[in-house]
Design a protein around this ligand. Structure first.
Ligand code: SF4
Length: 205
C-alpha cells in the first residue's frame, strides 16, 4: 500500500531541471520535521492509500514527504515506468539508506541535506553512505542545500567536504526565495549553483 499526498502535472520549479514539465507524485509521510517545511500537508492529515500507482509520463518526479520510505513497495511501479521509457527523479532528504534495487531504477537523485536552520537532528553519516553508493553506480545526483542565515555557508562547506562532492553538484536554495541577490553572489563566489523556487512566484505546489 502506498500513502500518497497528491499526484499532479506541473513544471519542476527548482534545481537543474527547473522549467521542465513533469508528473509529480508526492508521497505522504516524512521522517523529519523541518521548521520551515513548505509541504507540511504531506505528513499531517490523511493520505490517499493506493494499492499501486497506475500513472505514466515521460518525466516523473517522486517527492514528498520522503519517497525513500517506500523503496520496496515502489519496485513494481518503477519496473513498469522504466519499461515505458520514463525518466525518474527522486527528491530526498538523504537520511534513509538507499537500496540497490531502488537506485538501479532511478535516473536522477536530488539530495537535500538539512542545516541547523531546519531545527532537526540530521544524519550526515547516512547521506555520505548514500552519496558513495550513487558514485559507485555512476548515477546523476546533485546536493541541494536550503539556506537562510549567513552562517549556513560554513555548514554547507563542511558537508560538501565530508560528502566528497564536487562544487558543480551543489545547489544553494534560499528558503522562501528570501535574499536571492545575497545568495546569488555567494554561489558565484564559492563556485556553487543557485536554485530559485520558480513555482513560488506563481503559487504552484
Ligand atoms: S525533509 Fe522535506 S518534507 Fe520532510 S520535513 Fe523536511 S522539508 Fe518537509
Amino acid at each position: 500500500m502506498l500513502p500518497i499526498s497528491e499526484i499532479f502535472v506541473s513544471l519542476q520549479g527548482e534545481g537543474p531541471f527547473s522549467g521542465r514539465r513533469a508528473l509529480f507524485i508526492r508521497f505522504f509521510g516524512c521522517n523529519l520535521r523541518c521548521s520551515w517545511c513548505d509541504t507540511k500537508y504531506s505528513y499531517y492529515g490523511k493520505p490517499k492509500v493506493l494499492e499501486d500507482l497506475d500513472v505514466v509520463d515521460e518525466f516523473i518526479i517522486l517527492t514528498g514527504g520522503e519517497p525513500t520510505l517506500y523503496q520496496d513497495i515502489l519496485r513494481n511501479f518503477l519496473t513498469k515506468a522504466k519499461s515505458k521509457g520514463s525518466e525518474i527523479l527522486v527528491e530526498t532528504n538523504g537520511t534513509v539508506l538507499l537500496k540497490d534495487h531502488f537506485v538501479d531504477y532511478v535516473d536522477y537523485f536530488s539530495i537535500s541535506p538539512k542545516l541547523s536552520n531546519a531545527g532537526v537532528k540530521y544524519r550526515v553519516d547516512v547521506v555520505k553512505k548514500n552519496v558513495e553508493k550513487l558514485k559507485i553506480k555512476e548515477k546523476f545526483y546533485y546536493i541541494k542545500f536550503p539556506v537562510m542565515w549567513e552562517d549556513d555557508l560554513n555548514e554547507v562547506k563542511k558537508m560538501v567536504e565530508y560528502f566528497g562532492v564536487e562544487k558543480s553538484k551543489v545547489w544553494l536554495q534560499p528558503i522562501n526565495n528570501e535574499r536571492i541577490d545575497y545568495w546569488w553572489d555567494i554561489a558565484v563566489r564559492e563556485g556553487y549553483n543557485l536554485s530559485i523556487q520558480l513555482h513560488k512566484f506563481v503559487s504552484k505546489p
